[in-house]
Design a protein. Structure first.
Length: 288
């Protein structure tokens, strides 16, 4: 299968104290991503688990970062965006699924979004995970036959791993709407809504990571991403493959640092950064 994905995100940044933003690098508030992935089954193991490769045939990232940079640096910002697009295109990610289609983890794509600021890198990483989970289908399909109008739920809980060092908790609620056709393919129409919370795992990240280092110096550190979304997915009735997926996602990345004696340039006892983002994502699949 080949999947074409479009995502558009708008973000708002808040900080406490407000002066904190003066010490942050310029941040984009409007960015879009377009990509094309070729999905190939690389291996099916004796226990029913599978390894599926996602090849980035095309990738384009655009943002309004240049508008937020100081005079004379806009061209550099635009050049950096082009370099990110060129870097991601051609990369491969291998996702691992159990026999039920649950995403176990993924690897590859080294430095995939490393050129982006962390506040925006994480929401994009979550969007990638969302795409991979839905390709596997475990969070979509019911465990029993359903008729139009019936609902079911799936837990989205997942422990941190070396490949994805974040603990995830959440739940997906789905409703079977009915049947339709996508071209000549009979498809089921399923509406869904979800909530989740993502937290970095200090145990998996290790002592050299920035969050762990801050904690080791006596600073109270808390960072997490709260997400919620809804959408509609079309599933082929012959083999269950995802044909289309249209979703809206709201995410709030919150980072809080407590230590009254270690925060320069301010009398505040707490530093807090909140990035709220709203995304629209459309995925359309075609057979190779």
């Amino acid at each position: 299968m080949v999947y074409a994905t479009k995502m558009h995100t708008k973000a708002v940044v808040h900080s406490e104290p407000p002066e904190l933003q003066s010490f942050l690098p310029p941040l984009p508030t409007d960015f879009s991503m377009q990509q094309q992935n070729t999905v190939t089954v690389k291996a099916v193991h004796d226990d029913g688990s599978a390894d599926i490769e996602n090849h980035f045939d095309k990738f384009e990232f655009q943002s309004d970062l240049a508008r937020h940079t100081p005079d004379g640096f806009g061209e550099s910002a635009e050049s950096a965006q082009r370099e990110i697009s060129e870097h991601v295109a051609g990369q491969d990610i291998v996702a691992h699924y159990d026999r039920e289609g649950k995403l176990l983890g993924f690897e590859g794509g080294e430095g995939l979004f490393e050129g982006l600021d962390a506040a925006y890198r994480e929401p994009l990483r979550q969007a990638l995970r969302f795409f991979l989970e839905q390709v596997g289908g475990n969070t979509l399909y019911p465990d029993y036959p359903v008729s139009p109008g019936k609902t079911w739920k799936h837990k989205l809980d997942s422990p941190a791993t070396a490949a994805y060092p974040y603990d995830v908790t959440g739940e997906n609620t789905l409703r079977y709407v009915g049947k339709t056709k996508v071209g000549e393919v009979e498809a089921a129409v399923v509406e869904f809504s979800f909530v989740n919370v993502v937290r970095p795992s200090s145990k998996v990240l290790g002592p050299t990571e920035p969050l762990s280092q801050l904690a080791s110096h006596g600073m109270g550190v808390d960072m997490h991403i709260e997400g919620q979304g809804k959408g509609r997915v079309l599933l082929a009735l012959d083999d269950g493959r995802v044909l289309e997926n249209h979703a809206t996602i709201h995410q709030t990345l919150s980072a809080r640092l407590d230590n009254p004696g270690s925060i320069p340039y301010t009398n505040s006892k707490t530093m807090k950064l909140v990035v709220q983002s709203d995304s629209e994502m459309d995925v359309v699949g075609t057979a190779k």
